[in-house]
Design a protein around this ligand. Structure first.
Ligand SMILES: O=c1ccn([C@@H]2O[C@H](COP(=O)(O)O)[C@@H](O)[C@H]2O)c(=O)[nH]1
Length: 269
C-alpha cells in the first residue's frame, strides 16, 4: 500500500485505528477452544467486527510463535483472511545482518503478505535496507517505545545533546523516504511524539499504548497528526479482550467504534 492510499484510507474511514491481534489461547473466550483453529477463529471474528472502524491490523508475532507450527498456521490463515484494503503490520521487531534480514523480509513480505514489519534499529543500515528492496512495502523502526524501560537506551544523551532515539530517527530517515518508513512511538510518550513530529513532519508514526497501557489519545492526536493523517494508533488488549464471553466480537466492535469516534471527534473530521 502506498503513502497516498494509506492517507486516503484514513480520510475515507475517518479513522487511524490499528487493531492489535495479540491473540492468546489463555485469554480468548473458552467456547472458541472447541474449534479446530481457535486463534484463527478468534482473529476472523475480531476482524469482521472491527473492520468498519480500523485502517490497520497488527498481529504481534510473539503470540503466534509461542505456539510453534500451529501458531504459524493460524497466522498464515489470518493473513489470507484479512481484507487487502487495510494496512497489515507484522509486529516482529526483527534486526539482523543483511543476508538474514533478507530472509526475514521474504518471510513477512512474500510468504505472509504483510505491508510492513517492525524493526529494531540497533544493528544499523544493512539490517534495514533488505526490507526496503520491496516496492510498496514499509519498514517501521522502533524509536521511542511505550514501555518504561524504553528510556534505558532510547533516552541516553549523546555528546551533541540529542537523545539516542532522535539520532536513530535522523540517521535512518535518510535510508529511504517517508513513503516507505514509519517510526514506533509509544502513546505514553507524548512529549517525544511532539518532538518527533517536528523532526519528521511527513512520516507516519505507529503509536501503541492507548487502552491497556493508559496512553493519552488526545495528546497523541494533538502532537502527532499531520495533514496526511500521519498516525496509526494501535490498541490490542483493550479491544480484543474487552469481553471474554460469547459476545466478545460485538463488544470488540463497540470498543473499536468508540475509539474511531473519539479520533474523529478530536480530529474534528
Ligand atoms: O513501544 C511499543 C512497541 C510495541 N508495542 C506492542 O503493541 C501492542 C500493544 O498492546 P496493548 O494490549 O494495546 O497494550 C503489543 O503487541 C506490544 O507488544 C508496544 O506496546 N509498545
Amino acid at each position: 500500500m502506498q503513502y497516498s492510499q494509506l492517507s486516503a484510507l484514513i480520510r475515507q474511514k475517518q479513522s487511524m485505528l490499528c487493531v492489535g491481534l495479540d491473540s492468546d489461547l489463555h485469554h480468548i473466550p473458552a467456547h472458541l477452544l472447541r474449534s479446530p483453529d481457535p486463534i484463527f477463529e478468534f482473529n476472523k471474528q475480531i476482524i469482521d467486527a472491527t473492520y468498519p472502524y480500523a485502517v490497520a491490523y497488527k498481529p504481534n508475532l510473539a503470540f503466534y510463535e509461542a505456539l510453534g507450527a500451529r501458531g504459524w498456521d493460524s497466522l498464515a490463515r489470518t493473513m489470507e483472511y484479512m481484507p487487502k484494503d487495510v494496512f497489515r503490520i507484522a509486529d516482529a521487531k526483527r534486526g539482523d545482518i543483511g543476508n538474514t534480514a533478507a530472509l526475514y523480509a521474504r518471510t513477512f513480505f512474500e510468504t505472509l503478505h504483510f505491508d510492513a514489519v517492525t524493526l529494531s534499529p540497533y544493528m544499523g543500515k544493512d539490517s534495514i535496507t533488505p526490507f526496503l528492496e520491496y516496492p510498496d512495502k514499509w519498514v517501521i523502526v522502533l524509536a521511542r517505545t511505550s514501555n518504561a524501560g524504553g528510556a534505558d537506551f532510547q533516552e541516553l544523551k549523546l555528546q551533541d545533546g540529542r537523545h539516542l532515539y532522535e539520532a536513530v530517527i535522523q540517521k535512518s530517515s535518510q535510508w529511504s523516504s517517508h513513503e516507505r518508513m514509519m517510526y514506533v512511538v509509544g502513546a505514553t510518550q507524548s512529549e517525544a511524539i511532539r518532538h518527533i513530529r517536528q523532526l519528521i513532519p511527513k512520516h507516519f508514526l505507529l503509536v501503541p499504548g492507548v487502552g491497556a497501557q493508559g496512553g493519552d489519545l488526545r495528546a497523541v492526536l494533538q502532537y502527532g497528526s499531520n495533514e496526511h493523517g500521519g498516525l496509526l494508533i494501535n490498541s490490542s488488549r483493550g479491544i480484543i479482550y474487552a469481553s471474554n464471553g460469547q459476545d466478545f466480537a460485538q463488544v470488540a466492535s463497540k470498543v473499536a467504534q468508540a475509539l474511531q469516534e473519539e479520533i474523529k471527534q478530536i480530529m474534528q473530521w
